[in-house]
Design a protein around this ligand. Structure first.
Ligand SMILES: [Zn+2]
Length: 271
């Protein structure tokens, strides 16, 4: 499932292509992907201009010129393609938005969704969302405080969107590895120096993954060679049975609160 780096990469790539463009048509082949009737959705979008594109956690928010917002969550299996009908990959798009600059295809949008919402609805939706890892107000102290009410272990708290927004299964493991801490370390037992390592690792891992285009394999546009560049740079996630890049010890796959997790038993400690 796309996380902060994938969605931030999408945002940065899409903004110059769709901001300022006018919507000339909409096609919906899967009504469950949207929140209105197809007619209402089409009427609500036709003729509107996209002002800018913002990311909130794992969501993309497209601001329209009438104050309404299109909120996208790709969930599992979803991807975006921007281009012409000829360039589009041979996969069914659940929603297509035709713009004066090109077409925006939402592919594999089965668990994911594209909702047309008012500002109030958007605010209500994101009210419970934790701060972005790159929020300037998220100091080390504020970061530690986000976990203060948490008992259990690290991984489920890192992926909890109420604690922080944008981190999921892959990057929680990458961050824990970069900080040399086990994903199943007990939160209450973490030392100040461990919190500092985690805080720094969160920034460095997410920044590098974003710069490399995230791990999504599907290209965003024709000739796109940037998207998915982080795939070959994942240090630990989905590398069970392979040698650790740091020490050569075999990486173990296990479960943390019924989530798949990966750990180097030699490099990563409980504190
Ligand atoms: Zn190791």
């Amino acid at each position: 499932m796309p996380e902060l780096p994938e969605m931030e990469h999408y945002r940065a790539q899409l903004a110059p292509r769709i901001a300022g463009a006018q919507i000339t048509g909409t096609e919906v082949t899967r009504e469950k992907s949207i929140n209105l009737s197809v007619q209402e959705f089409q009427d609500g979008l036709h003729g509107r201009t996209i002002w800018h594109v913002e990311r909130r956690g794992k969501h993309l928010v497209m601001h329209l010129d009438n104050g309404k917002r299109l909120v996208l969550h790709l969930m599992l299996g979803g991807s975006i393609f921007f281009g012409s009908e000829e360039e589009k990959p041979d996969r069914t798009a659940q929603v297509t938005i035709r713009l004066t600059t090109g077409n925006l295809y939402f592919i594999g949008l089965r668990l994911g969704y594209l909702h047309l919402l008012s500002v109030k609805e958007v605010e209500a939706k994101f009210r419970e969302l934790g701060p972005d890892p790159f929020d300037k107000r998220l100091s080390l102290q504020a970061f530690i405080a986000r976990f203060s009410g948490k008992r259990g272990v690290l991984k489920p708290a890192l992926v909890d969107q109420h604690v922080l927004s944008g981190i999921g299964n892959c990057y929680s493991d990458e961050i824990a590895f970069a900080a040399s801490i086990r994903p199943d370390a007990r939160i209450r037992e973490l030392e100040p120096s461990t919190w500092e390592r985690l805080y720094q690792a969160m920034h460095s891992v997410l920044r590098e993954a974003t710069a490399r285009g995230g791990y999504m394999e599907e290209p965003l546009t024709a000739g796109d060679e940037v998207t998915g560049g982080y795939n070959d740079h994942c240090q630990i996630y989905d590398r069970g049975g392979e040698p650790c890049v740091r020490c050569g010890t075999v990486i173990e796959q296990f479960e943390v609160s019924s989530r798949k997790a990966f750990v180097c038993p030699a490099c990563q400690k409980s504190q």
